[in-house]
Design a protein around this ligand. Structure first.
Ligand SMILES: *[C@@H]1O[C@H](CO)[C@@H](O)[C@H](O)[C@H]1NC(C)=O
Ligand SMILES: *[C@@H]1O[C@H](CO)[C@@H](O)[C@H](O)[C@H]1NC(C)=O
Ligand SMILES: *[C@@H]1O[C@H](CO)[C@@H](O)[C@H](O)[C@H]1NC(C)=O
Ligand SMILES: *[C@@H]1O[C@H](CO)[C@@H](O)[C@H](O)[C@H]1NC(C)=O
Ligand SMILES: *[C@@H]1O[C@H](CO)[C@@H](O)[C@H](O)[C@H]1NC(C)=O
Length: 266
């Protein structure tokens, strides 16, 4: 309960943020370069915040890719070095249940083909892959093993430059669509002027709306400050369980329902 309330509070903060982002666009606020300014806080408009319902993942199976082992859940993240970017994705399906055989992470390559926008994807970076398994107490048949998680560090990038890329395994071939990203500008001369901060997104009927609002404001950088799927609020059979009030003292393991992670972006 405490956690649920906390996540509601986080959601409210998230709305405050989104509303202020919208204002930035509509009100033509000056950029931070013209600052410093006093922070502006927009009060929550409770009439646009209703009850938030988690997406029941068991009734909504994720869409399978057209080609087996085509990348899903592709994500980009900043590296410690501004000239490099991490590209991560998943291939294959997670498995949950009794007597499951994990996928072989070496069976699908981790390759990013990339180049400066509109000048061809002639560069190649390779990375690594792994799986993880979650073993539950023996009487619980719902052991879990993930799809293959791929991670590639793309290095040697120029600052403030648009790149295009595809990721996947070119030998299958099972490559993603072409996607794009812009690298961060190099300090101290310049820095990202529009930064979105979002947290406690959850996997709800409203999550896509929140992300669309954020994307519609074209942030240069999005900081995801945590609490995404709330998988730890679920029992291994996928039902919402109130673990947080310690009413399962005899449970040897903190249960979680990993498929809530696997439904992201699918
Ligand atoms: C709150 O949201 C509702 C619905 O969008 C809108 O009609 C109302 O004007 C808003 N109130 C304020 C104070 O912005
Ligand atoms: C779950 O995994 C554990 C550890 O590998 C194994 O001992 C157990 O038999 C598995 N349970 C099921 C139901 O597959
Ligand atoms: C959240 O999602 C529900 C279910 O789709 C919808 O009825 C509601 O209007 C949404 N809330 C907001 C604030 O968009
Ligand atoms: C799911 O598991 C929890 C914890 O073991 C149990 O209390 C609940 O009844 C189960 N729900 C279903 C639908 O099996
Ligand atoms: C804790 O969980 C139990 C069992 O679900 C429930 O009866 C009780 O009301 C909960 N306590 C609090 C403080 O939420």
């Amino acid at each position: 309960m405490v956690l649920a309330m906390e996540s509601l509070n986080r959601l409210l903060h998230c709305w405050i943020l989104l509303i202020s982002l919208l204002l930035v666009v509509n009100g033509q606020f000056p950029t931070t370069l013209e600052g410093p300014f006093k922070p502006v806080t927009v009060p929550v408009n409770y009439s646009i915040i209703g009850p938030v319902t988690s997406l029941p993942v068991n009734d909504n199976p994720p869409l399978s890719p057209e080609i087996e082992f085509q990348p899903q859940q592709i994500s980009l993240s900043l590296s410690s070095d501004l000239s490099s970017v991490w590209v991560s994705w998943i291939t294959g399906e997670y498995q949950i249940g009794d007597d499951i055989e994990p996928l072989d992470p070496q069976s699908v390559a981790s390759v990013v083909q990339y180049g400066v926008y509109k000048s061809g994807r002639n560069n190649l970076a390779a990375g690594s892959s792994f799986i993880y398994s979650q073993q539950y107490p023996n009487e619980d048949p719902n052991n879990y093993t993930s799809g293959i998680i791929h991670r590639v560090l793309v290095t040697g990038l120029d600052p403030d430059t648009m790149y295009e890329y595809q990721c996947g395994d070119p030998s299958i071939p099972a490559m993603s669509e072409v996607h794009y990203f812009r690298t961060m500008p190099s300090p101290p001369k310049d820095y990202p002027s529009r930064v979105a901060v979002v947290g406690g997104l959850g996997l709800t009927y409203n999550t896509s709306t929140t992300i669309s609002h954020m994307a519609a404001n074209h942030p240069d950088l999005a900081l995801l400050v945590g609490d995404l799927s709330f998988a730890d609020l679920y029992c291994t059979n996928g039902t919402l369980c109130d673990f947080q009030n310690c009413s399962f003292p005899q449970s040897p393991l903190q249960e979680t329902y990993q498929p809530r992670w696997d439904h992201w972006g699918r």
